[in-house]
Design a protein around this ligand. Structure first.
Ligand SMILES: [Zn+2]
Length: 258
């Protein structure tokens, strides 16, 4: 059992109370919820895979189109980490809350599929998914299970079974639009919710970072669980600068068994 100090126990209790009272709670998760599962934050500059040996440009739609080998070389390292990753206690806590009817929707900026692996049912993936690939020529969509293993293990670049074109992982690269359906669903969920919990997101990547504002504008409560400050801390009911893999299970425990 982790023991928290300072204001943390009171804040946990208050966050739990807001969750218990909420009828339509929504969680917005970012890279911070998956770093305890060993996944680097691939979209933010200065951290994770970006800062190693490749410039930011490599994860862009442009690189995929112009230098696909370069793109896939970079992507192989990321895919191999995603392929092996397991959900951590923060993912499991959210799945438990959903199962208990305390949480309606998870909106995530992550592409790792760990919420689903943990058992969450209603997950809106803002930056796409590794579970499928789409042909860049004929738009044939393929399940990634046939391609992921040979790609990760042997570096086999995926080609379309229909036309031989390059298959692009359905993750949103830099320079790409967000998936329209996901964006609409996320906006709807944010406008309808009476409580939004931000977990492991520094709220730096627009337009997703604006979703909590849409919730606040309609009178929802806001809880922020992140290791560092965000631009909305001043408007939040509760802010906890803690490890989400510790704090979310603690809040969940309080909601379900407190
Ligand atoms: Zn094709």
């Amino acid at each position: 059992m982790i023991s928290f100090t300072g204001q943390t126990p009171e804040n946990i209790a208050y966050a739990a109370e807001l969750l218990r009272k909420a009828k339509r709670a929504v969680v917005l998760t970012g890279a911070g919820i998956s770093t305890p599962s060993g996944i680097p934050d691939f979209r933010s500059e200065g951290s994770g895979l970006w800062s190693r040996d490749e410039p930011l440009e490599v994860a862009s739609l442009n690189t995929f189109r112009i230098e696909p080998e370069k793109f896939f070389r970079w992507f192989r390292q990321l895919a191999s980490q995603l392929f092996k990753a397991q959900p951590n206690p923060a993912h499991l806590a959210l799945a438990e809350l959903e199962k208990a009817g305390r949480l309606k929707t998870v909106i995530t900026q992550n592409i790792d599929g760990l919420h689903q692996k943990a058992g969450s049912q209603l997950v809106i993936e803002m930056h796409g998914t590794l579970n499928s690939l789409t042909c860049s020529q004929c738009f044939h969509q393929a399940d990634s299970s046939d391609y992921l293993k040979p790609f990760v293990e042997e570096g086999q670049i995926p080609f379309c079974p229909e036309c031989g074109g390059l298959l692009k992982p359905d993750v949103i690269l830099l320079g790409e639009q967000l998936p329209q359906d996901a964006w609409k669903a996320a906006q709807q969920a944010s406008r309808d919710c009476d409580l939004m919990i931000v977990a492991g997101s520094s709220l730096e990547v627009l337009p997703v970072a604006g979703l909590p504002m849409q919730a606040l504008d309609r009178g929802a409560h806001l809880v922020i669980l992140n290791h560092s400050p965000t631009y909305l801390d001043v408007r939040a009911d509760v802010v906890l600068y803690e490890d989400v893999a510790e704090i979310l299970p603690a809040i969940t425990e309080e909601v379900l068994h407190g």
